[in-house]
Design a protein around this ligand. Structure first.
Ligand code: AMP
Ligand code: MG
Length: 333
């Protein structure tokens, strides 16, 4: 039986989890909360460094209660990127130290693909078009010929960061997404926002500026502005996802990443899928946000397909793109 330890810490959530032969055994986490403003990379990395020992020990104790021992661990998986450099380096250093002390292989995992694979696993969807929306990332992807191909993506900031920026402007604490969702649910009047789709790509930074102007210069109600922001951004994402499904003739769609928790986004995608006779899938919220279980699970898939990372190739990559990864655990169709 295979047992993998997964370490996640690309941004604000530090998490350690153990996954055995496709069962989530135990997960422990500690979340950095900025005192004000957004995530400060160095402060987040310092949070991870000071919490790592506690979080990993909690995961080990939890696994022991489930009947596993440290000697059962077959490999240490960690988020190699994309993410914030100082955070990635802190967690990678811990992963290397654990790999050496437990004498087990290391597995560098692409964080975006971990989001996709945990969604496929939890929802039982086989070959979906994926909409991956998180703080820093917004991508539409699908698997083809040994790789996850990026069909469309943001040209500037991720949708989560765009929402967080607007929230910060409104004096709301991080993470802003859920608070904007709450305000948007009370809005009714649509205010003009720039709808920027270029081919299969998207742009969100103008939306934040436009939302600020709508409040500041044009004195629209905050609730209406949040509502309009969501309607515009989510319609853009739904349009590009639908076009990808149409071009590839796929009838499954998977939502991944922290922004996937938004009920209005889920509703729009659900409607789009329903209208074209496709199935819409979204995992539980705890597997949408950054978590160690998804890193351990992708580590397990990679380990079982003979894909480990020698220490000299374990350097982190803050701009690691999912299409750089050779997928060794899926059939080439
Ligand atoms: P991740 O990077 O995958 O952990 O996702 C974090 C991002 O998800 C942050 O930008 C949050 O503001 C955003 N987020 C979390 N919950 C929601 C929600 N209900 N609606 C919109 N955005 C959300
Ligand atoms: Mg993420």
């Amino acid at each position: 039986m295979t047992l993998i330890l997964g370490l996640e810490g690309t941004a604000w959530n530090l998490s350690a989890a153990l996954v055995s032969e496709e069962r989530a055994v135990y997960e422990a986490e500690s979340t950095y909360k900025p005192l004000h403003g957004g995530i400060h990379p160095r402060e987040a990395a310092q949070h991870h460094a000071s919490e790592l020992k506690k979080v990993v020990s909690r995961a080990f104790r939890g696994a022991e209660k489930e009947g596993f021992s440290l000697r059962d661990i077959d490999a240490i998986a960690f988020s190699q990127g994309p993410g914030m450099g100082p955070c990635l380096r802190t967690v990678a250093t811990a992963a290397r130290a654990l790999s050496i002390s437990l004498n087990t292989p290391l597995i560098g995992v692409n964080h975006c693909i971990a989001h996709i694979e945990i969604g496929r696993w939890r929802c039982g969807t086989k070959d979906p078009v994926v909409l991956y929306v998180s703080g820093a990332n917004s991508q539409v992807l699908a698997y083809r010929s040994g790789r996850y191909r990026i069909l469309g993506e943001t040209l500037d900031i991720g949708i989560g960061n765009a929402l967080d920026k607007l929230a910060r402007y409104l004096g709301l604490s991080h993470p802003g997404g859920p608070k904007i969702e709450e305000l948007a649910s009370k809005g009714a009047e649509y205010v003009y926002m720039p709808y920027v789709v270029k081919g299969m790509d998207l742009s969100f930074s103008g939306l934040t500026t436009s939302a600020k102007d709508a409040i500041n210069l044009h004195h629209h109600k905050t609730e209406d502005v949040c509502y309009s922001f969501q309607e515009t951004a989510f319609a853009m994402l739904t349009e590009v996802t639908e076009r990808a499904m149409a071009h590839l003739c796929k009838d499954e769609m998977l939502l991944a990443g922290g922004v996937g928790a938004n009920r209005r986004l889920q509703q729009m995608l659900q409607t789009m899928c329903h209208d074209r006779g496709a199935n819409f899938y979204v995992p539980e919220n705890k597997y949408l946000k950054d978590n160690g279980t998804m890193i351990a699970y992708l580590g397990l898939l990679m380990f079982n397909s003979g894909n480990t990372t020698p220490i000299e190739k374990s350097a982190v990559n803050p701009n690691y793109r999912p299409d750089e990864v050779e997928v060794t655990w899926r059939d080439v169709e």
